[in-house]
Design a protein around this ligand. Sequence first.
Ligand SMILES: Cc1cc2nc3c(=O)[nH]c(=O)nc-3n(C[C@H](O)[C@H](O)[C@H](O)COP(=O)(O)OP(=O)(O)OC[C@H]3O[C@@H](n4cnc5c(N)ncnc54)[C@H](O)[C@@H]3O)c2cc1C
Length: 446
Amino acid sequence: MKRPRGKGVTMRRGDKGFDAAVLATSFSGRDPGRRPDIYVQANNTADVVAAVKRAREEGQKISLCSGGHSWAQNHLRAGGLLLDLSRLNSIDINAGARTARVGPGCWSVDLDRALKRLGLFFPVAHAPDVCLGGFLLQGGFGWNSRAFGLACESVIGVDVVLADGSQVHASSRENTDLYWAARGAGPGFFGVVTTFHLKLHDRPKVTAMTLQVFPERWLEDVFTWAHEIGPSVARSVEFQILITPKTLFTGKPGVEVLAPVMTNSWADARGDTAFMRQSPLRKRASVSTPLLPLSTMRMSEAAAQTHFPPKMHWCVDNMWTDAPIADLLPGLRRVSETLPPAPSHALWLNWQPDRARPDMAFSMEAGFYFAAYGEWRSALDDARYGNWATDRISEMAHLGKGIQLADENLGRRPARFMSDANRARLEQVRAQYDPDGRFNSYASAS
Ligand SMILES: Cc1cc2nc3c(=O)[nH]c(=O)nc-3n(C[C@H](O)[C@H](O)[C@H](O)COP(=O)(O)OP(=O)(O)OC[C@H]3O[C@@H](n4cnc5c(N)ncnc54)[C@H](O)[C@@H]3O)c2cc1C
């Protein structure tokens, strides 16, 4: 993505440059064919209020985007007003109070870099240009989230423009239902967040990573080992496995076992990643690296270059699972054998929640997370690869508990993304704050 340039403008369908400007809001290069009637690039909160009032007067539905990283391009709907918040990208840090106020258009890497200078930390997303708007609303699995919690757990307040154009603050003391919804509703939120108020953390002193690469034939052994040790892996380690048609260093199909770690000492980092050195499978690895110091920024940039290049066409799907590994293995093998060309890949993540979360809309998680990322360069391949991720996850869905909204695909495959009680409560809160349904809700497959 590119950072927004120049003063934001308003365009109508049919205006010169309208199509290009609308499509440029999206990380995905796919053109879903859907277009709004009006496209507003807000420069400030006053523009947001004006746009919401305009939509209300003209009877238009509103869709929203901050960084446009929704794989499903949730903000591109047929008709209505598309409100682009990418210019609301301010960062205001109060180091003494260990808090920050950030705009929804703030890039993850920009906040990470600004905090690093102050020895502070926030669990931002793993790709540099993912914006805090969509990331925080859906929950936010960020750097070191296994230790610090989902990013939305560190949101202490939100400033919101509501469907009637009024401005409110929501926190654990004010407009508590709205605050509850803002921590997990994701693309189903029913207001415009113009500022997030964040609690900051001390920055772990050591950030490092160790990696092992295995040929595809060892897939079952690697996943069986990982499932067995996953629950005992320290929370400082984001233990994960990528299934890829082009592994690092070898360029061949296989699995990459990664263990990024964030701790306060090198001894802790070595201790927490000892399971990698001591793995009985290590001798079968084609490549095994030592523990190397690597900043979150460098890791994010590397991930963006290798796995998330810009303007690819995407189809992504996912599931949370607690299923036994023996049941999962056939599906994992099939994913590996049917992967579209690189940089398509699949991610298995050792999540292992170990404590009750605060009362918030986010309420779906399990021991392991699995997501399939199909990506291709040309519209000519849309038909060939466009359903790969949906098809593979559909085949395994009976082994899942539900999905994470970060990688949602609801427009193609309906799935459960919250507890039933929270889903019902969310609709009650929506009815209270947005009785006319001014804001588009979740995409549906119908
Ligand atoms: C390359 C890449 C890497 C990713 N890495 C991670 C990761 O490490 N961890 C993780 O948890 N997720 C990750 N994601 C998923 C990402 O967090 C979600 O797609 C998120 O919605 C992106 O936020 P955005 O503002 O960039 O996207 P947008 O597409 O702009 O936002 C998604 C939806 O959120 C709502 N929304 C956005 N801004 C606002 C606002 N200000 N007010 C109200 N509603 C709003 C809208 O409904 C919008 O359609 C990644 C996605 C990509 C493409």
